[in-house]
Design a protein around this ligand. Structure first.
Ligand code: C2O
Ligand code: CU
Ligand code: CU
Length: 518
């Protein structure tokens, strides 16, 4: 299959996903990608990994009476992946870490215990909480062996949805996430969506090295953005799951990969998107595919076909796949230096869905959500342009780009410099410009972004995301309402190697009277 143009819209309809159901239940690890992992790294196929076990759910930690108190211990340890033992980093010995299940208005007290050999910290990606003190503060540094007590207070009107947590210590983010440090956060809906069951699917990739340890990552691969040679769902290789004909499930999918884009498809079953990130649509949208850049989440309804292609009572199988996606390359002949392969250009089988048993009656209608806030008519108080660039030459900031700098408005990350100052209570419009030959998924902490324009084409609906893909050579215009939470935090490329190499800026929101609209 030809890689999809990176200019394609985020959610794709009507693409050539065949409506056929693949028969048979054979599972082959070898469907996993065998791409080169960069110069100097072993590039032989990964053999000896097997898939097909039933999909597990991560442990769940649930708040009660408005409070969740828990400990997260980050440490290296063994994990069973594809029938082999691999050393990973894990929260509470789980790959992924426990799912935090919360409600708006909750208080969450988390003690993070650092059992790693390096500093770490914790970021609650997508949550609308204060970035200060011991809340979602990306400047906290927890030394090896030390612990830190986080205390998050969700506003009573916090949007429901799917979020996630991961480390955010600059320079080590990609290594620690690639090692296995991530977990989902679910904020329950006020009115439940009627489904037979709900599943969390945390998709990640990693490259094990033999039976022990993780493969080293070369400088060129960091610049491209590392992609693991095994793509896992809840830490499992090609797990399987069963569903009855006509049954509706809710899948909450996190793209926890460091750099890999997931263009997801599931042949033969009905897919309806409830929303992306914390943005929810009023009514579910029928889709053929969902594209998740690193950091994005999908809230997806999956309804199994009632006539799954065979005689009644037969079993059919379809596959959750990541289809090819071309996120660009380094350009200027660097492709040759990188082993020539463009990232994410192979189809990857992620999971097998078996439809069998007695058909069930159609699930009842999904309750309508209130119309999302729409800033398209809002008074804009400031306009800015942020240019994401990769260049030859000495990047500042000590990111060690090896001759290639990763910058925003010409600057590499410096935690002591405030790049953008905003007023609480203001609405800003940002033009995100990508002058490089690779896509950059742009992420802002604390405040979600409303999509206004893609390469000059206006958005058709009010859609909110916290990671917005800015295609190679393209522009995306967004609006942001800085309603509350004064403090300092960051925005960055969510190809976390790029973030570690310096593509991150500091934003400070200052309290005080809202500025006049201009
Ligand atoms: Cu998911 Cu600052 O990141
Ligand atoms: Cu984040
Ligand atoms: Cu990037």
């Amino acid at each position: 299959m030809k890689p999809l143009s990176r200019r394609a819209a985020l959610t794709l309809g009507g693409l050539g996903v065949a409506g056929t159901v693949v028969g048979g239940a054979g599972l082959l690890w070898s469907r996993q990608p065998e791409t080169s992992v960069g110069p100097g790294d072993a590039s032989e196929p990964l053999s000896g990994y097997t898939g097909g076990e039933p999909l597990r759910q991560p442990t769940e930690l649930r708040s009660s009476d408005g409070l969740l108190e828990a400990q997260l211990a980050a440490a290296p340890g063994p994990a069973e992946i594809g029938g082999r033992t691999v050393t990973v980093f894990a929260y509470n010995e789980g790959l992924p870490g426990p799912t935090l299940r919360l409600r708006p208005g909750d208080r969450v007290r988390l003690r993070l215990q650092n059992g790693l050999a390096d500093p770490t910290n914790l970021h609650v990606h997508g949550l609308h909480v204060s970035p200060e003190g011991n809340s979602d503060n990306p400047f906290v540094m927890i030394a090896p062996g030390a612990a830190f007590d986080y205390d998050y207070r969700l506003p009573a009107d916090h949007p429901p949805g799917l979020f996630w947590y991961h480390p955010h210590h600059h320079g080590l983010v990609a290594d620690q996430i690639f090692g296995g440090l991530y977990g989902a956060i679910v904020i329950d809906d006020p009115e439940p969506v009627p489904v037979a069951r709900e599943r969390v699917l945390v998709i990640s990739d990693l490259t094990p090295s033999g039976a022990f340890g993780r493969a080293p990552v070369g400088q060129a691969e960091r610049m491209r953005g590392r992609e693991g040679r095994l793509v896992l769902v809840n830490g499992q290789l090609e797990p399987s799951l069963g569903i009855r004909p006509g049954e509706r499930e809710r899948w909450r999918i996190v793209n926890a990969c460091v750099s890999r884009y997931l263009r997801l498809s599931l042949d033969g079953q009905r897919l309806q998107l409830l929303g992306l990130d914390s943005g929810r649509f009023e009514t579910p949208r029928d889709v053929q595919e969902v594209l998740l850049a690193p950091g994005n989440r999908a809230d997806l309804l999956v309804t199994a076909a009632t006539q799954p292609g065979g005689p009644a009572g037969s079993t059919t199988t379809s596959r959750l796949r990541a289809l090819p996606y071309d996120r660009g390359g380094m350009g200027m002949g660097m492709g040759g230096m990188m082993g020539g392969s463009s990232p994410s250009t192979a189809t990857v089988d992620l999971a097998t869905v078996t439809v069998s048993g007695e058909p069930v009656a159609a699930a009842s209608v999904v309750p309508r959500r209130p119309a999302p806030r729409d800033l398209r008519g809002a008074a804009v108080t400031a306009r800015r342009e942020l240019t994401f660039a990769m260049g030859m030459g000495m990047g500042g900031g000590g990111g060690g780009g090896g001759g290639m700098s990763f910058t925003i408005n010409g600057e590499s990350f410096d935690p002591d410099r405030v790049d953008t100052t905003v007023q609480t209570g203001s609405v800003e419009e940002w033009l995100l410009t990508n002058s490089s030959p690779m896509d950059h998924p742009v992420h802002l902490h604390v405040w979600p972004m409303q999509l206004i324009e893609f390469d000059g084409r206006p958005a058709r609906a009010a859609e909110w995301q916290d990671v917005v893909n800015v295609p190679a050579g393209g522009t995306v215009r967004v609006r942001i309402a800085f309603d509350d939470f004064p403090g300092r935090t960051v925005y960055h490329c969510h190809i976390l190697d790029h973030e570690d190499l310096g593509m991150m800026g500091v934003i400070e929101a200052r309290g005080g009277p809202a500025p006049a609209a201009g």
